[in-house]
Design a protein around this ligand. Sequence first.
Ligand SMILES: Cc1cc2nc3c(=O)[nH]c(=O)nc-3n(C[C@H](O)[C@H](O)[C@H](O)COP(=O)(O)OP(=O)(O)OC[C@H]3O[C@@H](n4cnc5c(N)ncnc54)[C@H](O)[C@@H]3O)c2cc1C
Length: 319
Amino acid sequence: MSANAVVIGAGVAGLTTAVCLAESGTKVRVDADLAPGETTSAAAGAMWDPYLAEPRDLVERWALATLSELTALSSGQDTGIRMVEGTQESRTPCPLPAWGSAVGARPCPPEELRNGFVTGWRYRAPVVDMPRYLDYLARRLVQAGGSFRRHRYETVAQAMREAPVVVNCSGSGARTLAGDPEVEAVRGQLVVVENPGIESFFCDDTPEADELTYIYPHSGTVVLGGTSDRGDWDVTPRDSVADRIVRRCVAVEPSLAGARVLGQRVGLRPVRSSVRLTEDRHEGGLLVHNYGHGGAGVTLSWGCAREVLRRVRDSGLTN
Ligand SMILES: Cc1cc2nc3c(=O)[nH]c(=O)nc-3n(C[C@H](O)[C@H](O)[C@H](O)COP(=O)(O)OP(=O)(O)OC[C@H]3O[C@@H](n4cnc5c(N)ncnc54)[C@H](O)[C@@H]3O)c2cc1C
């Protein structure tokens, strides 16, 4: 199909952006060398959490816009999103995060904290079963008239020959596609186990912690995390890493001991000093970059997609 807009990338950034464009009446096609289920987005845990992303003021706005959209979607049957209550806890004293009020966070009294933790807060936030959520977004895109093509671009200039508007949502692929050496992969590995009956999430938020520990319950499964290895581009799961993740999670949540392991997931967080949401005019065409969301791509997805939509509308190129 010929398109008025091409979105490069079928992860959460690309699909959300494409849905916004298609639902506003733009003829949009998603071109990507990896299908939604093969992306980093499909590997994510995932929770709403504005984790270490910059620029701070915009991130806050994008995160809040996404929070209200994900919260609204959690009441749908087939979105993969549920509102879950749980705690973030730290082994050393630390302040309530700035975004705490947005999710109704309240400090945990000492008797609510797990062994070894001294501070914590309890709140309710969207937990996203990413493979299901990406399927939902893909269906919603097709319903709005959008389409997909498996295709790899070597340069963004090649994509500019396909449509007047191109949105670059290539995640860590932007390092080569957009020639942006600031983009680095931060490898993350997770373990998926059968749910022994866990209903609350847990996240170790100790600022000085060397390793990540988190537990995100979905309906029948629990995602156990995780790792964060800068500059490691290898997406093959490592059993020794998985064993360590399970051990750390069992130490804080003993009911996980012996839970059947169903799978492992690995993704590459597209980390950058700050999210790149910028535009370039190219010989009568518009190129908008939307990548570099690091460990918060799900959390920022709707806010960033709406910002892209605004810029595309203002260009007048898809009318
Ligand atoms: C283990 C783990 C846990 C995480 N947990 C969370 C969480 O709890 N909450 C949260 O908000 N975030 C989380 N994240 C971060 C989040 O997953 C990422 O920020 C997000 O997935 C990035 O999405 P994206 O669409 O930009 O990139 P991706 O999902 O990587 O998609 C990139 C797309 O671009 C395509 N592409 C790239 N280069 C080219 C090219 N040259 N030609 C054509 N197509 C191309 C790819 O094929 C792919 O379709 C986690 C990440 C990991 C790894």
